[in-house]
Design a binder for this molecule. Structure first.
Ligand SMILES: [Zn+2]
Ligand SMILES: [Zn+2]
Length: 187
């Protein structure tokens, strides 16, 4: 997943990259333990284009993954959609290079906004792999449930409450728990 600026040419370059399960699993269970694993290979399609300010990188894929339900720990399969547009700017033209290095190190690129994210490159080589890795990690849903309204596990006896009540005394509703849960979900 390495390209040179010459390969892109004036017409741009269409991309198709197979992402095998070992590659996906190494990403999902590497430095960051995401709690996801792959169930099938994925295929990245995209396009590289020269623009005034460097290279515009577009890509999309659907990653067939599985994880545990946040409430009952049952296995949940999710097709995670990943879609990104990035502007790669040559390093010498980037005045705030330090800032984007910080951003890369922290892994907290913004998403969900219309703004096109910028990253730097050496002006000659486009390394697509770290970009794709980061974009997949950013796209992972943090609220995967096995079904809408999953009843979860009983906090006392551990029984899966989707299979029926367990007979433990119901716990009184405590609004503080709701607050805690929303804090966790927004992470
Ligand atoms: Zn569940
Ligand atoms: Zn119980």
């Amino acid at each position: 997943m390495r390209f040179t600026i010459e390969e892109i040419g004036e017409e741009g370059l269409d991309l198709t990259e197979d992402l095998g399960q070992p590659w996906l699993d190494q990403l999902l269970d590497g430095e960051r333990k995401t709690g996801f694993w792959s169930v099938a290979p994925a295929k990245l399609t995209g396009r590289l284009e020269k623009v005034d300010q460097g290279v515009l990188v577009r890509g999309s894929l659907s990653a067939p993954l599985a994880t545990e339900c946040r409430r009952c720990l049952a296995q949940v399969k999710v097709a995670v959609p990943v879609s990104f547009t990035l502007n790669l700017v040559p390093r010498e033209r980037e005045e705030v290079a330090e800032k984007s290095e910080e951003r890369e190190a922290g892994g907290t690129a913004s998403f969900g906004s219309a703004r096109i994210d910028e990253e730097t490159f050496d002006g000659r080589h486009i390394e697509l792999e770290p970009i794709v890795r980061e974009q997949i990690l950013l796209a992972l849903p943090m609220d995967a449930l096995c079904r809408e309204g999953c009843a979860g596990l009983c906090p006392s006896c551990g029984r899966d409450l989707n299979e029926g009540p367990c007979g433990c005394a119901p716990r009184p509703f405590d609004p503080r728990w709701e607050k805690l849960r929303s804090v966790k979900l927004s992470n």
